[in-house]
Design a protein around this ligand. Sequence first.
Ligand code: HEC
Length: 137
Amino acid sequence: MKKTLLMVVALVVVLSFLLAACGGKSDGPVVGNAENGKKLYTSATLGSASAAGCSSCHNFDEAAGKNDKAPYTQGTATRAETRVAGMSAEEYIKESILNPNAYVVENYKEGDMYQNWAKELNEQQIADLVAYLLTEK
Ligand code: HEC
């Protein structure tokens, strides 16, 4: 009896040490998941305010429709490499989502892109979307 109790106490002590060592929350950089990003990008509504999703404006390519509402999705990663001098494709894509007016693509106007993603998406969703768009070369 006593032995069992001791074992249980020892186990609890060891487990709580392990948990403390793992720290529960990790504060490393959020790693994006492209597959999940594609699901987010193509969902009809997105974010805490259920705004119309990315692909409601961004057609994939010419075969999918016009680019009068937004640039085509296909080729985003390639264009992103050279849009802004000194910015990597990843940085540019992230900025385009969080702060769309920082660089406005030619033939579109400031404010044409939905402006509230920075408030309505969480860090993981943003990382996933960036990871996905980096695959659309
Ligand atoms: C209301 C329409 C609309 C929605 C919704 C929208 N966008 Fe856009 N997006 C635009 C327009 C217009 C531009 C080009 C003007 C600009 O640069 O702001 C653009 C530009 C971009 C660019 C830069 C493309 C390039 O060729 O440089 C990226 C990346 C992007 N959007 C990602 C997204 C993502 C991710 C979402 C969803 C979370 C989204 N957009 C939702 C309209 C939209």
